[in-house]
Structure formats: structure tokens, C-alpha cells
Ligand binder design. Structure first.
Ligand code: AMP
Length: 414
């Protein structure tokens, strides 16, 4: 019996060189944008104590209820592959006493995340996120700044025509009062709600706004709105965020039903959507989480941040990212030696020239074909001497040696 074909696990994928080049280029642009904004790079482990996400993301969320890759290590500890990046940053802030640093502490991260979701286009079980977090200040300019940085990053990535949705969830207290009101309303209309929503009226009534179920949607059209119940302070904070965005010329829709799938948000929440993505339209989003650090055992510390999906950014991008520069190819004639060819390719590389050398035992004819295939801009043919062939013009002439070959290659760059 033939062995089962080995494939990448469901919801995962290989990043082949062409795609990997785009990612590296996006990484470079991301670094430039976020670095200018005063954010410094940060990495956290790929797995954490399960407890961190239970406390940090929230027991009632889809992520914690059904999407975590949780396993026991050999010492019997429960660990979880990180499903998101904010709780780890907050854990690190507490662990390293970062409240003693100048505030706010601003970091950005980029790396793999894991959620056991139903895999489909734009939704994977291992995906990559870029994100930022600013901890230690509740200044509304941080909310506005973080939104602007995401807008700038999307622009730099060639993601155009996005919609920015914006809302405020208020602080814990005003939210609790609102949630009680919403629960009362949902119970009054229990008969029209989907089973799923009904089962979660107590735990997470906000999710009712997300429901696709027709009866539920009809009920939610008349539901009390969170934005109407904000405290004066929260309203003022939200107004200042909007004012700064208006001044910066960023357009947005205030969407009072915007609910994000994580429990920790307070005050500002936002999401960028792209029509080019179809059903999985969210490119990136985030918000303020003023209670999270304290929840994880740290001092009361406000925070704000976002995460965006790298795969979704690349899917939505209209940019043709530049590929690798065309190489110089070093071919070996019958009269040439491997040693001489290897010496030339090494000299070219030392001079900063991307170059390749024959390494597959091809005839000279086969090598010239190969050079076209890899789109070489020139071929240096090593025989008794060195011939230089410009692949665009077809001109071929002898050169005096390695030095001249390198000089020509460098000259072509300029
Ligand atoms: P979230 O952490 O849920 O707020 O997600 C932030 C962003 O990460 C989303 O807007 C998506 O772009 C991306 N994302 C989240 N989950 C997935 C997934 N399963 N597959 C691909 N991208 C994802």
C-alpha cells in the first residue's frame, strides 16, 4: 500500500519564495512606518501559559471557548499556542516592570499566531499578524495615532479603498450598566432570537449584534445602543479621538454595533475592512484595553493597540511588490574550471552583485538556456579567459579578467 501523501496540516500553508519576497518587502515597509511613529520592535514566545489567554482574552470569547491550540507539556503544564498578541505584551509589561520606564511604552510585533478556526480563503489556523501596543497612557491622541499608523501601513502596502469603522465601548462601569439594559431587552425578545444568542445572553450579550440569524437581526435593529449610554468622560474621550482623526483627514464610519471578538476592549474600538477580501473582510483592528494589565496582575495601566493580518494585507494589496534583482550568471565552458568560475562568482558577490554559478553539470548550451530562464541580466562565460554576454542586447565580448568582469557588473547596477 502506498504511504499516505504528506501535506501541510489543514489551515496552514508554505510560503514559497515568490510570496516570501513580498512578505519581506512588506516587513521592511512596516518597520519604516511604525519606527517613524516611535514604536520599537518586540517579540513574545509562540506559546504561553493557557491561563494568560483565559484571563486576558476572556473565557466567554470564541477564541478561548473553541479556537485555542492547547496542549500539556511533559511537566503537566497547560500551554497554548498564542492566538493573539496583546495579552502576551501586557504579561511582558508586568513581568519586566515596564511601568518604571518612560510612559507610554510603545512596541510593535510581527509573527505567527494560531487559532483553530474553520479554514477558508483568508482564514487560516496559522496566520501572521503585525500589531502595535502603547501602554501607560489613556491620552486620546494615542488612539488616533495608532489608527493613523494602521492607515499609513495599509497605504504603504498598497491596500486601498478600505472602510474604517469606529466606535466606543465606554469604560467597565458604563458598559456594565449598558449590558444589564441589553440583557433585559434580549430577554424580553427571547422568542425571536437564535439559540446560540439565547444561550449567551448572560455571558456575552454584545455578540447578538454580530448574529447572521434573521430573527435576531430584526430584534437587534431596535436594541439599545451602547454609544447612547456612555459616561460624560467616555463621550469626551471618544469626541477627542474623532476630532484628531478629522483633523488628520481620515474618514471613518461610526458603527455603534462594532463588536470585536475579544473581551478586553474599553472605550475606542476600530476595524479596517477591505471589499477585496470577500467574506473575511477584516484587514486589521484593535482598540483600547484600559483594564487588561491590571487583570493580569499589574498596576492599573491603560493601553491601546491593533493587529492586522499579513495574509489579508497581501490578498487585498494592489501593489506589485518588486521581485529580486536579476542575477549575473557565471557559466563554465569546456575549457573552464569550476575553481575559476567559483572564484568569479565569489568576487561578484563580494562586490554586492547578486550572482549565480553553474552547479548542475549542464552543457554550455544548457547553461545559456538556464540563464534565460532565471532572467539573468548577463552571463560571464568562464573558459580559457572570461567572455561577458549582455543578455538584453546579446553583445558578447572577452574581458581581461575577474576585475573587469566585476567592474562591468557594478557599472550595470549604476
Ligand atoms: P483579531 O486579533 O481577531 O482582532 O484579528 C486581527 C486581524 O488578524 C484580522 O483583521 C485579520 O486580518 C487577521 N486574522 C485574524 N484571524 C485570522 C485567521 N484565522 N486567519 C487569517 N487572518 C486572521
Amino acid at each position: 500500500m502506498a504511504a499516505a501523501k504528506l501535506q501541510a496540516p489543514r489551515g496552514t500553508f508554505d510560503v514559497l519564495p515568490e510570496e516570501a519576497l513580498k512578505r519581506r518587502e512588506l516587513y521592511r515597509r512596516t518597520w519604516a512606518v511604525l519606527g517613524r511613529g516611535g514604536y520599537r520592535p518586540f517579540d513574545s514566545p509562540a506559546f504561553e501559559d493557557t491561563e494568560l489567554f483565559k484571563r486576558g482574552v476572556g473565557e466567554s470569547t470564541d477564541i478561548v471557548r473553541k479556537e485555542m491550540f492547547t496542549f500539556e507539556d511533559q511537566g503537566g503544564r497547560s500551554l497554548t499556542l498564542r492566538p493573539e498578541g496583546t495579552a502576551p505584551v501586557c504579561r511582558s509589561y508586568v513581568e519586566h516592570g515596564m511601568h518604571k520606564l518612560p510612559q507610554p511604552v510603545k512596541v510593535w510585533y510581527w509573527g505567527p499566531f494560531f487559532r483553530h478556526e474553520r479554514a477558508q480563503a483568508g482564514r487560516y489556523r496559522q496566520f501572521s499578524q503585525v500589531g502595535i501596543e502603547a501602554l501607560g497612557s489613556d491620552d486620546p491622541s494615542l488612539d488616533a495615532e495608532s489608527i493613523l499608523l494602521l492607515a499609513e501601513l495599509l497605504e504603504a502596502a498598497g491596500v486601498r479603498e478600505t472602510t474604517l469603522k469606529l466606535s466606543s465601548l465606554g469604560t467597565r462601569d458604563s458598559r456594565e450598566a449598558y449590558l444589564a439594559q441589553l440583557r433585559r431587552y434580549l430577554r424580553e425578545h427571547e422568542g425571536d432570537l437564535s439559540e446560540d444568542v439565547r444561550a449567551r445572553v448572560e455571558q456575552n450579550p454584545l455578540r447578538a449584534f454580530d448574529a447572521g440569524h434573521e430573527g435576531t437581526r430584526a430584534v437587534m435593529a431596535g436594541a439599545p445602543q451602547l454609544l447612547d449610554g456612555l459616561s460624560a468622560e467616555d463621550s469626551e474621550h471618544f469626541a477627542e479621538v474623532r476630532e484628531l482623526l478629522d483633523d488628520a483627514g481620515v474618514s471613518y464610519e461610526v458603527d455603534p454595533t462594532l463588536v470585536r471578538g475579544l473581551d478586553y476592549y474599553t472605550r475606542t474600538v476600530f476595524e479596517f475592512e477591505s471589499e477585496r477580501l470577500g467574506a473575511q473582510s477584516g484587514v486589521g483592528g484593535g482598540g483600547r484595553y484600559d483594564g487588561l494589565v491590571e487583570e493580569l496582575g499589574g498596576p492599573p495601566t491603560p493601553g491601546v493597540g491593533w493587529a492586522a493580518g499579513i495574509e489579508r494585507i497581501l490578498l487585498a494589496s494592489e501593489t506589485r511588490f518588486p521581485g529580486a534583482p536579476r542575477p549575473v550568471y557565471v557559466a563554465i565552458d569546456e575549457s573552464g574550471t569550476r575553481r575559476a568560475a567559483f572564484g568569479l562568482v565569489t568576487a561578484l558577490r563580494e562586490a554586492g552583485i547578486r550572482s549565480e554559478v553553474e552547479q548542475a553539470g549542464r552543457s554550455l548550451k544548457g547553461q545559456m538556456k538556464h540563464a534565460s530562464r532565471i532572467e539573468a541580466r548577463a552571463v560571464a562565460i568562464v573558459g580559457e579567459g572570461i567572455e561577458w554576454r549582455d543578455m538584453d542586447t546579446g553583445d558578447q565580448r572577452p574581458v581581461t579578467g575577474v576585475q573587469e568582469a566585476v567592474r562591468i557588473a557594478v557599472g550595470m547596477n549604476g
